[in-house]
Design a protein around this ligand. Structure first.
Ligand code: NAD
Length: 370
């Protein structure tokens, strides 16, 4: 029998709940990692190959992300075992059954993640009155549509560029992944005067050192076509995005893209991690050794959860943008100052800052040791 306390440390997890409804084919795990800062917010991932361990790791990442951003929320995550591409009817039945099973886990507020979307959050809110990432029709702020995470990336890059003496006007940007995060990061950075010299999607890379037309690329994707169909620039293979000489490189696609094996190919000054864990620890070390500044994922891509937290407080879209801008700029400055002082990687400084914040919050809780 597996040790059910194998993940336990001083921060959590506060609870792990396994759900099984055989008649509905529902298997799910909810991890509420830490609630010292407030009720846990974290997405629901639906995939055939999820696990309790994955749910725990994602929940812990949310604890740190929410604490670093200064949100009144702890971290949690849930996973539903299943194919996210089942018919809408089957999915609705599963998601509603899941919602009813978590009705009494009131310290967990579900949000969207891989395999779930705002419609699914609408079903959950309908069942139990508790979810974030809701459809606009019922008071939601559609965070992917407005580009909340891309907006936050542009803010973190604006602050970080000042630490390396990089002028954003004319700075060359390369973006891997041109979806909800990548395309909006391109757009918001473009408003600050940067030039998009390369972008990639799952079908390939497009490059133009004179600058790509961001609006045209967004329109192409909206029409369901790959970036390489764009008539301007040069179309190259998927991997070519790594070699593009640029000032700012943004991973906004998959995990573990930059490793010890390919990190030497990156030719950039600043990496802002839009995707979750896009660089392995060895790659982040190697970049630091070369003087490349890396803004870690849970700082750089916190725009989405800040938007979700604003929605939960019944805030408006304008308030969400203001909160993202203020919180991401503040935490980026804090982390970079701390990293400079302690001569540490920004990630180490960010983790230490977030853990301290969680520990401080735990001290004001009645049930925690002082
Ligand atoms: P998305 O599905 O909207 O877009 C992903 C993009 O990456 C697509 O353009 C796809 O074609 C491309 N892609 C896939 N594999 C690729 C590859 N091997 N090389 C190049 N491009 C590839 O997803 P998203 O919401 O933009 O999320 C991107 C990443 O950011 C994920 O890691 C996600 O976990 C993370 N993230 C997203 C948010 C958010 O608010 N959406 C917040 C925090 C973190």
């Amino acid at each position: 029998m597996e040790d059910v306390f194998r993940f336990a440390d001083e921060l959590g997890p506060f609870k792990i709940v396994h759900i099984h409804r055989a008649s509905l084919g529902l298997k799910a795990v909810i991890v509420v990692d830490n609630v010292a800062c407030g009720p846990a917010v974290g997405g629901i991932r639906m995939a055939p190959d999820v696990s309790t361990e994955e749910a725990f790791r994602l929940a812990r990442a949310m604890t740190l992300k929410n604490a670093a951003a200064g949100l009144p929320h702890g971290g949690g995550k849930s996973v539903i075992y299943g194919d996210p591409k089942v018919t809408l009817g089957v999915k609705e039945r599963l998601i509603r059954a899941f919602a009813s099973a978590i009705r009494d886990i009131t310290d967990y507020i579900p949000g969207p993640d891989m395999g779930t979307d705002e419609r699914a959050m609408g079903w959950i809110a309908d069942e139990i009155g508790r979810a974030v990432g809701l459809p606009r029709e019922i008071g939601g702020i559609p965070l992917d549509e407005i580009g909340a995470t891309g907006f936050g990336l542009a803010a973190t890059i604006d602050v970080a560029s000042q630490y390396i003496g990089l002028n954003l006007k004319g700075a060359r940007v390369a973006i891997q992944g041109f979806g909800a995060v990548g395309k909006h990061a391109a757009r918001y950075l473009g408003e600050k005067g940067t030039i998009l010299v390369a972008a990639s999607d799952s079908r390939g890379t497009i490059i133009d050192s004179d600058g790509l037309d961001i609006a045209a690329l967004i329109a192409l994707k909206a029409a369901g076509r790959p970036l390489k169909d764009h008539p301007m620039g040069r179309a190259l293979d998927l991997d070519a995005i790594i070699d593009v000489p640029c000032d700012i490189w943004i991973p906004a696609a998959r995990p573990d893209i930059i490793t010890a094996g390919n990190v030497a190919r990156l030719n950039t000054r600043l990496v802002a991690e839009g995707a979750n864990i896009p660089c392995t620890p060895e790659a982040e070390q190697a970049l630091a050794a070369r003087g490349v500044l890396v803004i870690p994922d849970f700082i750089a891509n916190a725009g989405g959860v800040i938007c979700a937290a604003t929605e939960y407080q019944h805030g408006t879209q304008t308030q969400a943008f203001a909160a993202i801008d203020e919180k991401i700029r503040a935490i980026t400055r804090l982390v970079l100052e701390q990293a400079k002082r302690s001569n540490d990687l920004p990630r180490a400084a960010a983790v230490s800052f977030a853990v301290t914040r969680v520990r401080d919050a735990m001290r004001v809780r009645r049930w925690e040791a002082k």
